[in-house]
Every structure is written in structure tokens, then in C-alpha cells.
Design a protein around this ligand. Structure first.
Ligand code: CP3
Length: 336
């Protein structure tokens, strides 16, 4: 698999490509299945339908990797926190007041359908296409659990990190344990590598970044690699700025996803020598298409050439992207 060859540190050209949120509302065939499922959580927990939407972008664009269709908030839901999605807005959870409601022992039964999706997808994917399993990074998942929603500044978790650090540590501890078991389940079910989406890593100051982002990630990567020595792990510590270097050097991930603002050459300068990078075209360019997209993509490819690189966006694809622009992106990558 070209994708795993790069994750093992080998430059492959043209680079393998996939896009964060590649299964989603910009695809009419996704919207049809989504309507059939009713709501988004039901879609995540119905293996037949979740497997189908995972495979749609692979058939359509021939990406080098599929990513399990689910959501990072399925894990807190499985632990016992209520979750729903408001159409067009995002997730809502009752802001967590006490960790007592979180039950590790019953989570596995609730997320079992997600593992079933992994099995189905792996059985249907072309042999050369990798399947990426994933979980949210514990700090990012805790942001939603404590504040109850995104869209703001996660002011409650940031305040409690100073006022009640034991509470935050306890949540992170439970999430770290649950994430290890959850990702082990995904690997057993057929995921070829895993990714940790730490989308809000960048809201914490350095000392908290070390305790909330790097330390839990290190525990997860150590536990997974102890059990599966060859397993490759991608981290996406979004908006982490200069902390990216420390994250890459000490968290145990094999590859880092770069966010839109991060300069690839500068990232290379602050990360360990053999680091694999993934990213980081501006998602807005995929909406705009045309010369701006093509020029930026060619510049990114030039910068990545000769290094182990996985072509991706700097954040998820948005619902307003014309599928033809994705087609064009793949043509350019393939002929690089
Ligand atoms: O990349 C993929 O295609 C795999 C599936 C995936 C989803 N969410 C599907 C989804 C993955 C890996 C995620 C991760 C996720 N979920 C993150 C981390 C990455 C990031 O984007 O920063 C976060 C923060 C979430 C939480 C979440 N889920 C939010 C904030 C929202 C609402 C925003 C939106 O786009 O509507 C979701 C909903 C969600 N997750 C959708 C999809 C396809 C849209 C739901 C729908 O179909 O209505």
C-alpha cells in the first residue's frame, strides 16, 4: 500500500492523497444516504449505511485512503454523555459536571456498530486502498464534553483547567483509557492505521498543551504500539504553532497533519528529521477551484517532492465544494 509506505517514512511520488471529511454533504450521494438514515448519529451507528458513505468518495475519486465514517463525539456518547446534532450548527452535549456519569465498561457495547462498519469497509475496499481508523484527541473531545458545544471559545474548559485541574485530569484520564480500547477495536476490525483529531490543541498554553495534548497522546501511542508494533499513527494537533515541534518529537505519532496556516518548510525545520507530513491545502481553495487552487496545489507539491508526504487539506472539506474541483485536484496530484 502506497499510503503505508509513506507512513513508514518513504517518499513516494506522486504522493498518496485523501481529504479530511471526504465523505460528506458536498456529495449528492452522501446527502441521499444521510436522508435515508434520518439523523447524523443514526448514520454513524448503522454499519451498512456508514460503510456505504465511507466508500462513496473512494469510488468517485480513487483516493489512496478511506477514513471510517463516524464522529469523534461517538466516544463520549458511548461513555454515557447525551449527544445530539443541531442541523446546520453542530454538536450539543449537556456540559459535563461530574465524571461519575462516564462508564468505561459499557462504552464498547454502544460503539460496537462502528467496529462493524470498519469490518465491512475493509472487506469492500480495493487492496491498495488504506483504511484509516480514528478518534478525537482527548483534549479536543474534552472541550466538547465540558463546554457542551463548539462555535465559541471553549471558555468553560479553559477556566476549569486553572480552577479545577483535577476535574480536567480525570476526564482526560478516562478518555485516554477509552480511546486506547476504542482504537484497538478499530485495528482488530481492520483499520490499517489510525489518526487522532486534536482539532483544538491550539487553545491551550504550553504547560497545558504538554499535559492535555502531548501526555495523553503519548499514552495512546505507547499502548497501541506495544500491542501492534508496526501500527502507524497520524496526529493532527491543529493550531499548535511552535508546539508542533515538541508534539512531533515526543507524542509518539509517526506523522503529523499540518493545519492551513503552517508552512511546510518551517514545520520540517522544527520537527524530527524523519517526520512524515500530511496536508495542507487551504479548504477554501477547493471551493474556489481554478487557477488559485491549481497554483497553490502545485506549489505545495513542489515543496513536498522528495519527502514522505500525504496530500490533504489543512482542515475538513466544506459542504459547498463542487465535486468537480476534487476531481481536478486528484488529476493534478496524479500527474505530479
Ligand atoms: O473525515 C471524514 O470524512 C470522516 C468522518 C468524520 C466526521 N467528523 C464526520 C462528520 C471525522 C473524522 C470527524 C471528526 C470531527 N468531528 C472533528 C475533528 C476534525 C475537525 O473537523 O476539526 C470534530 C471537531 C468533530 C465534531 C463535529 N462533528 C462537529 C463540530 C460537527 C458539525 C460541523 C459540521 O460540519 O456540520 C460534526 C458533524 C459531522 N461530522 C458531519 C460529518 C460528515 C456533518 C453531519 C451531517 O451530515 O449533517
Amino acid at each position: 500500500m502506497k499510503f503505508l509506505h509513506v507512513l513508514n517514512g518513504n517518499p513516494v511520488w506522486p504522493p498518496p492523497a485523501w481529504l479530511m471529511r471526504q465523505a460528506g454533504r458536498y456529495l449528492p450521494e452522501y446527502r441521499a444516504i444521510r436522508a435515508q438514515a434520518g439523523d447524523f448519529i443514526s448514520l454513524c451507528l448503522t454499519p451498512d449505511l456508514a460503510a456505504e458513505v465511507t466508500l462513496q468518495p473512494i469510488r468517485k475519486f480513487g483516493f489512496d485512503a478511506a477514513i471510517l465514517f463516524s464522529d469523534i463525539l461517538i466516544l463520549p456518547m458511548a461513555l454515557g454523555q447525551k449527544l445530539h446534532f443541531v442541523e446546520g450548527e453542530g454538536p450539543r452535549l449537556p456540559p459535563l459536571q461530574e465524571t461519575r456519569i462516564l462508564r468505561l465498561e459499557r462504552a464498547e457495547a454502544i460503539y460496537a456498530p462502528v467496529l462493524q462498519t470498519v469490518r465491512r469497509v475493509r472487506a469492500s475496499l480495493p487492496a491498495q486502498t488504506a483504511l484509516i481508523g480514528f478518534a478525537g484527541g482527548p483534549a479536543t473531545v474534552a472541550c466538547y464534553m465540558v463546554d457542551g458545544q463548539g462555535g465559541g471559545e471553549f471558555s468553560r474548559i479553559r477556566r476549569l483547567a486553572y480552577e479545577n485541574p483535577e476535574f480536567i485530569a480525570e476526564i482526560l484520564n478516562i478518555l485516554t483509557e477509552a480511546t486506547i480500547t476504542y482504537l484497538q477495536g478499530q485495528v482488530e476490525a481492520g483499520a490499517n492505521c489510525v489518526m487522532l483529531f486534536e482539532s483544538w490543541a491550539g487553545i491551550f498554553p504550553p504547560s497545558q498543551f504538554r499535559n492535555f495534548v502531548i501526555a495523553p497522546t503519548k499514552r495512546i501511542t505507547s499502548a497501541l504500539k506495544q500491542r501492534y508494533p508496526g501500527l502507524k499513527i497520524i496526529g493532527f494537533p491543529r493550531l499548535s504553532g511552535l508546539m508542533l515541534g515538541e508534539y512531533a518529537a515526543t507524542s509518539g505519532v509517526d506523522a503529523v497533519g499540518l493545519d492551513t496556516v503552517t508552512d511546510l518548510a518551517k514545520a520540517r525545520a522544527i520537527c524530527p528529521e524523519n517526520m512524515v507530513f500530511q496536508g495542507n491545502l487551504d479548504p477554501l481553495l477547493l471551493k474556489l477551484g481554478g487557477a488559485p487552487m491549481e497554483n497553490a496545489l502545485r506549489a505545495l507539491l513542489d515543496e513536498a517532492r522528495g519527502h514522505p508526504h500525504i496530500l490533504n487539506l489543512g482542515h475538513g472539506i466544506t459542504p459547498d465544494v463542487p465535486p468537480e474541483h476534487v476531481q481536478k485536484l486528484m488529476e493534478i496530484v496524479r500527474s505530479a
